[in-house]
Design a protein around this ligand. Structure first.
Ligand SMILES: Nc1nc2c(c(=O)[nH]1)N[C@H]1C(S)=C(S)[C@@H](COP(=O)(O)OP(=O)(O)OC[C@H]3O[C@@H](n4cnc5c(N)ncnc54)[C@H](O)[C@@H]3O)O[C@H]1N2
Ligand code: MOO
Length: 404
């Protein structure tokens, strides 16, 4: 019996190894998977931080008589050491980002005072409360707080936090080298001078490469083309399996006379863990590992199948290898009722919108056979319809997989 998509995912995961780690300068770490957690080396903010341009005062000076004038004794910019309000009746002109002067407990913005020469008065409509416009020392984060956990895919917000706690180098997952192999005598390169009627331009390898680049999960990606000749396949595969960390093949895995790959892979010592998954498109999907545990994903050659299987199995596997914390599966409600023939699960391309109450809504974009590349244009991903039933009513929540 063929594995369900869920069972196939679990089988793949048990045969994956987690990649090694490396140090990466902060400036190059965006999109990488963090492997060593980042924590606060000091409190945030590290001092009582002034949040408005204006005057630092002792609020008690204005609590009984707000019309009282305070004498300005100096100016303190961000980056200057804290000055001191040496006596009552004084104010220090101050900049956003400065350290709160000693003796001050409130900042009154320029807009709320009237200034004459070196004297400042509170405007009639303004107030002065202790603590106003001060971002308190340590009020965001205490020293030692864990801020970014291992397994995080680093975004700009993470990079900012790492920078502020002085993490100039980050421990991240190494990225694998990936070979993408197209198979088939009918395939020619995109810039072929002459394309005969029985030939087609290779597109799967370009689609796979584009999606992998977009994912940011890989280091080097190289494309290969193998014709349907066993000797050629064997020679090239041996070299590729020895050189690359991950091998992705498209085509040549089905039941045709020239679908040599499963046998060629077996003869080269690759252990088969999956041959076929109970889904459409993508049923002939194959997965195995070499003796040195290089994963080999052989995706069915039909373009919709290839692209779907990449997103459903290969990208999650690469995230797993990188130690990325799995995200909660995304869901969408179906915009229309959809029926399909069981017993295979159906991976249905969809356009995704948003309902008035903020939920994802998936509008089916059925394709005209899994060879229909153009059918994917304008789609945002696919929904996974398990084979438990053959009719999914409009409004049913289903799992959404987005294209990268
Ligand atoms: N007797 C059976 N025949 C087939 C079955 C089956 O169960 N029994 N499964 C069908 C399904 S489903 C699929 S999917 C395909 C998968 O076959 P392969 O993985 O062997 O792929 P190919 O035959 O090599 O190619 C299929 C199709 O895709 C085109 N192709 C392949 N590579 C590329 C590429 N790099 N760029 C663009 N297009 C590509 C190829 O020209 C074929 O048209 O098998 C069914 N048959
Ligand atoms: O299931 Mo195949 O993957 O449709 O063409």
């Amino acid at each position: 019996m063929l594995a369900t998509p869920t069972a196939a995912t679990a089988t793949i995961a048990t045969h994956l190894t987690v990649l090694s780690t490396e140090d990466c300068p902060l400036s190059a770490a965006h999109g990488r998977i963090l492997r060593g957690p980042v924590s606060a080396d000091r409190p945030l903010p590290p001092y009582n931080r002034v949040t408005m341009d204006g005057y630092a005062v002792n609020s008690a000076d204005w609590s009984s008589d707000s019309s009282r004038g305070l004498r300005i004794t100096g100016f303190q910019a961000a980056g200057m050491m804290a000055q001191t309000l040496a006596a009552t009746g004084l104010a220090i002109e101050i900049a956003t980002g400065a350290v709160l002067p000693m003796g001050a407990d409130a900042i009154v913005p320029y807009e709320e005072v009237e200034r004459t020469d070196d004297t400042v008065k509170l405007a009639a409509t303004a107030t002065c409360q202790p603590g106003q416009n001060i971002h308190r020392l340590g009020s965001d984060v205490a020293t030692g707080t864990a801020l970014i956990p291992a397994g995080t895919r680093l975004t700009g917000a993470d990079i900012a936090v790492a920078a502020t706690v002085g993490a100039a180098q980050l421990r991240v997952s190494a990225r694998p080298t990936v070979a993408i192999i197209s198979t088939g005598d009918e395939l020619v390169e995109v810039d072929a001078r002459h394309v005969a009627p029985h030939q087609i331009r290779r597109s799967n390898d370009h689609a796979l490469r584009a999606a992998l680049l977009q994912s940011g999960l890989t280091a080097r990606i190289e494309r290969f083309h193998l014709r349907d000749h066993r000797t050629e396949i064997d020679a090239s595969l041996r070299h590729i399996l020895a050189e690359f960390d991950v091998v992705i093949i498209s085509g040549g895995v089905s039941k045709g006379k020239l679908d040599h790959l499963p046998q060629a892979l077996a003869d080269l010592g690759v252990t088969q863990h999956l041959r076929g998954i109970a889904q459409r498109p993508g049923k002939p999907m194959w997965f195995g590992t070499t003796p040195r545990r290089t994963p080999v994903f052989a995706l069915p050659g039909n373009p919709v199948s290839t692209y779907t299987c990449l997103h459903r199995y290969v990208l999650p596997a690469l995230r797993h290898m990188a130690g990325q914390t799995p995200a909660q599966p995304e869901t969408a409600i179906l915009a229309e009722t959809f029926k399909f023939p069981r017993p295979l699960a159906f991976m249905l391309p969809v356009k995704v919108g948003t309902t008035d109450d903020g939920r994802n809504i998936a509008r089916p974009a059925p394709f005209n056979t899994s060879g229909d590349l153009g059918g994917l244009l304008g789609t945002d991903g696919f929904v996974e319809l398990p084979a438990e039933t053959d009719t999914f009513a409009a409004g049913t929540p289903v799992t959404l997989w987005r294209w990268t």
